[in-house]
Design a binder for this molecule. Structure first.
Ligand code: PLP
Length: 463
C-alpha cells in the first residue's frame, strides 16, 4: 500500500529508501548504539492540566507577554473589535513592539549602508550589523564569523546546496533527506541531483510520524555525501532526533544540514551539541521581520564552500583575470544585506532570550499536550502524526468536512490557522492526504485560545 502510494508519487528515489539497499559504511558498523541526547530532552514538561493558572512562562504571565505584541490589541484591520486568534505560527509569527521599534528606529535615525562609508553613520551601521551577527550567533552557541545572514531558511538551504553540496557531489553519490522535509529542504537538492546524476534517498517514518533510526542508518553507505534533516516537521510537529541522525551521517563522512526553521522559536539550540555542519533558520518564524534569516556553518565547511552569489562586499580584490574573495562570513554575503532586518532579528532573539528558551519550550510543550487532548475529544477529528517527541504544530482532518469548509468556519470566528499541504506534500501523501488543517502554537497562545478552537470545531462537528 505504502509502496503503491510512493509509486504514484513518481518520486523514484523514495523507493530505494524502503528497500534498504545501502551497504553500511565502516563508521556505522562500529558506532555505539546510544547516541548523545538532544537539547530538547533537557526540557521537562510540567503536570499541566489546562488550568488558566498555567498561562505563565518563566516569571511572566502570557497576558503580560501578549501585551508586547501590538497586533493582538489592534484586532482585525477592518473591525478592531474582532480579536485575532493567531494559530499559524509555523507559517509566520507576530512581532513584538521591541522588534518593530528596533527596525523602525534604524530607518528613522541610523540608516546607512554597511562596509563602504567613512562617516559616522556608516561606521555606526557597521557596528550595529556586526553586533547583530554576534548576538544571533550567541543565541545558537556559535561564533560570529560562522554566521551568515540570509533572506531566510530557503535562501540558506539554497546557499548550502550551491556552495557546499554542488562542488562535492558526483554521479552516483547520494543525498539523504527525510520524507518529513519541507519542499525547501528537498527541491534544491533534487535540482543538483538531476544536474550531477546523483541520487536522492529518502528516510521513511514510522506510522506515528517519527524517523525510524534503524532504517535511517541503513540508508547510509560511503556514497552518502550530504544529509538534510528538519529539526521539527512543519506538517506534523515531530521533533526529529537530530543529534543521533547527525552522528549517523557524519560517521559516514556525509555533511549534515539541519533545517531549524520550525525549531528556532521553540527549542533551545546549541550548534556545539548537535554535531551538524550547517544549520539554517528564518527570522520571521522567530518573532523577527520578513526577509532576514541566518545560516551557521562550521569552520571546515566554510573553508571548503564556494561562493554562491558574486558581487560587492564579498571580494578582496577584482581584476578582469582574477577575483580574490574575502573570508566568511563576507564571502557569502554579496551585495547590500538586509541591515535593519539583521538588527531586528537580534532584537527578536534578545526578546525571547530574556523570557528564556527553556521556559518557552516547557510552556509550549504543556500547551501542545492540552491542545492535543482537547482536539482528540472531538467527534470525527483525526490528528495526523502522534510522535511522543513533538512540538506544537498539530495537523488534523475531520470526517464529513473539507479542509476549506473547516478553515472557512474557523475564519468566521477569527481563528487563523493554515489549510493546505504546508509545502510538505511527501509526508502528507505518506498519510494518504493532500491537505490538512494545521494549528501551530507560539509563546503568546493561551489555554483559552485552544479552548476557543476546540469549541469551534465541536460546534462544526455537530452540524
Ligand atoms: N523549512 C521548514 C521546516 C519550514 O517550515 C519552512 C517554512 O515554512 C521553510 C523551511 C522555509 O522557510 P522560508 O519560507 O522562511 O524560507
Amino acid at each position: 500500500m505504502k509502496r503503491k502510494l510512493l509509486e504514484e508519487m513518481n518520486f523514484h528515489p523514495v523507493l530505494e529508501a524502503y528497500e534498504g539497499v545501502a551497504q553500511p559504511c565502516e563508521g556505522i558498523k562500529t558506532a555505539r548504539e546510544t547516541f548523545a541526547t538532544s537539547e530538547a530532552a533537557d526540557v521537562k514538561t510540567t503536570d499541566f492540566d489546562g488550568s488558566r493558572a498555567a498561562d505563565v512562562i518563566g516569571d511572566r504571565s502570557v497576558a503580560d507577554i501578549r501585551a508586547d505584541f501590538p497586533i493582538f490589541a489592534a484586532g482585525d484591520p477592518e473591525n478592531p473589535a474582532r480579536k485575532t486568534i493567531w494559530l499559524d505560527n509555523a507559517s509566520t509569527t507576530q512581532k513584538p513592539r521591541s522588534v518593530i521599534d528596533r527596525e523602525a528606529n534604524f530607518y528613522a535615525r541610523e540608516n546607512s549602508n554597511v562596509k563602504r562609508g567613512a562617516y559616522r553613520l556608516a561606521s555606526n551601521a557597521d557596528k550595529l550589523y556586526e553586533d547583530a551577527r554576534s548576538s544571533v550567533a550567541r543565541f545558537i552557541g556559535a561564533k560570529p564569523q560562522n554566521l551568515i545572514f540570509t533572506r531566510g531558511a530557503t535562501e540558506g538551504i539554497n546557499l548550502a546546496a550551491q556552495a557546499t553540496l554542488r562542488p562535492l557531489i558526483k554521479r552516483g553519490d547520494e543525498i539523504i533527506v527525510t520524507i518529513l522535509e519541507h519542499h525547501a529542504n528537498i527541491v534544491p537538492y533534487q535540482m543538483i541531483a538531476a544536474e550531477k546524476g546523483a541520487i536522492l534517498r529518502v528516510a521513511p517514518v514510522r506510522s506515528d510520524g517519527q524517523i525510524d533510526l534503524a532504517k535511517y542508518k541503513k540508508l547510509f553507505s560511503p556514497r552518502a555525501k550530504f544529509a538534510a534533516i528538519a529539526h521539527i516537521s512543519n506538517a506534523l510537529g515531530t521533533i526529529l532526533p537530530i543529534a543521533e541522525m547527525a552522528e549517523i551521517a557524519r560517521l559516514c563522512g556525509a555533511k549534515v544540514l539541519i533545517d531549524a526553521a520550525q525549531s528556532i522559536s521553540h527549542i533551545p539550540i546549541d550548534v556545539r551539541k548537535i554535531g551538524a555542519d550547517i544549520l539554517v533558520f528564518s527570522g520571521h518564524k522567530v518573532y523577527a521581520p520578513f526577509g532576514i534569516g541566518a545560516l551557521w556553518a562550521n569552520d571546515e565547511t566554510l573553508e571548503l564552500a564556494k561562493p554562491y552569489h558574486g558581487g560587492g562586499n564579498m571580494i578582496a580584490d577584482v581584476t578582469f583575470t582574477k577575483t580574490l574573495y574575502q573570508k566568511a562570513p563576507n564571502k557569502f554575503e554579496a551585495g547590500t544585506p538586509n541591515i535593519a532586518g539583521a538588527i531586528a532579528l537580534a532584537a527578536a532573539l534578545e526578546y525571547i532570550g530574556v523570557i528564556g528558551m527553556k521556559n518557552i519550550a516547557r510552556y509550549e510543550s504543556d500547551l501542545t499536550r492540552f491542545a492535543i487532548s482537547e482536539l482528540s475529544k472531538i467527534d470525527g477529528l483525526r490528528i495526523i502524526g502522534n510522535a511522543s517527541d513533538r512540538a506544537g504544530a498539530i495537523s488534523f482532518v475531520m470526517e464529513r468536512f473539507s479542509i476549506e469548509e473547516i478553515a472557512g468556519f474557523l475564519n468566521e470566528r477569527d481563528i487563523c490557522l493554515r489549510a493546505g499541504h504546508h509545502c510538505a506534500q511527501p509526508i502528507l501523501r505518506f498519510f494518504g492526504l493532500e491537505a490538512t488543517l494545521r494549528a501551530s502554537l507560539g509563546l503568546y497562545n493561551t489555554v483559552s485560545e485552544i479552548e476557543a478552537l476546540a469549541s469551534a470545531l465541536r460546534d462544526l462537528a455537530k452540524n
